[in-house]
Design a protein around this ligand. Structure first.
Ligand code: SAH
Length: 250
């Protein structure tokens, strides 16, 4: 039986996909994914003739179920995710769902994860080199994680002088979360700490800004924004955000 692939497609543009991901998708009969990513895939000529399984936001389990069914029917199937498939992505859910619903003694598709460029990395490249030293990634989405835990992680990361990369910084129902995260970081960092954000990385409408922590607090981010809060050493060099590794001090 063909394996079921979970493929990280990177930020969205074809040329930012890995060669491995592109080759696997090319070889598949069926591509399953969230509507926004399926639309991106359909526009790529190499994948235009694929059969697509499209599901909406918050239908992650259903998306996995349909992808599993397609693989069980013997079709070469890939479930696509933006960025990396394991970073706040579908790889884990798919493995859990398979373990919970299929009998391990029956013939089952093996699940193979194909790494992609996560937003922290593609966004960092747009800003310059903000992740030149230790960093932590925190998602501000409290749909599946209690907000108290998110605050604790933010606090610990800020206290430890990690560069902090924020995923899911905001949505219509969570407008105030980025402001709150900035306030928490501000308990340990100067208001002029160098920060940045990138919207729509590798997609139409890509936009970035480098600004201070004080200014970041006022930004209205959307769900296609990735935010970077610099550490105490992060600086601005021209229009780039740079966190030094420390070589020049040697
Ligand atoms: N698996 C994805 C992350 C999914 S969580 C990855 O590895 O990149 C969704 C969050 O990722 C968004 O809220 C946003 O913070 C970030 N993100 C994903 N794609 C993005 C893009 N093209 N531009 C900016 N941010 C993006």
């Amino acid at each position: 039986m063909n394996p079921l692939y979970v493929v990280g497609i990177g930020p969205g543009e074809y040329k930012k996909m890995t060669i491995e991901a592109a080759e696997i998708l090319q070889d598949c009969d069926v591509i399953a994914g969230y509507a926004v990513y399926v639309d991106l895939m359909r526009k790529i000529p190499a994948f235009a003739d694929k059969e697509y399984i499209v599901t909406g936001m918050r239908q992650e389990k259903e998306r996995c179920r349909l992808a599993l069914l397609s693989a069980l029917e013997g079709k070469k199937t890939a479930l696509v995710c933006s960025g990396d498939a394991g970073v706040y992505g579908m790889a884990g859910i798919l493995m859990e769902l398979k373990a919970d619903t299929l009998n391990p003694d029956d013939m089952n598709p093996e699940i193979r994860v194909v790494a992609g460029v996560t937003a922290a990395l593609s966004g960092a490249a747009v800003l310059g080199a903000p992740l030149g030293h230790d960093f932590s990634v925190v998602s501000l989405s409290d749909l599946l994680t209690p907000w108290e835990k998110i605050e604790k992680r933010l606090r610990c990361a800020a206290m430890s002088d990690f560069v902090i990369c924020l995923y899911n910084p905001s949505s219509r129902s969570r407008k105030e979360y980025l402001r709150r995260a900035c306030e928490l970081a501000g308990e340990y960092r100067r208001p002029d700490t160098v920060c940045g954000y990138v919207k729509n990385i590798g997609r139409a409408g890509q936009k970035f800004e480098i600004l201070t922590l004080r200014e970041l607090k006022e930004v209205s981010a959307d769900m296609f924004t990735t935010v970077f809060i610099g550490n105490s050493m992060t600086k601005r060099i021209g229009d780039q955000m740079v966190t030094p590794r420390g070589y020049l001090k040697e």
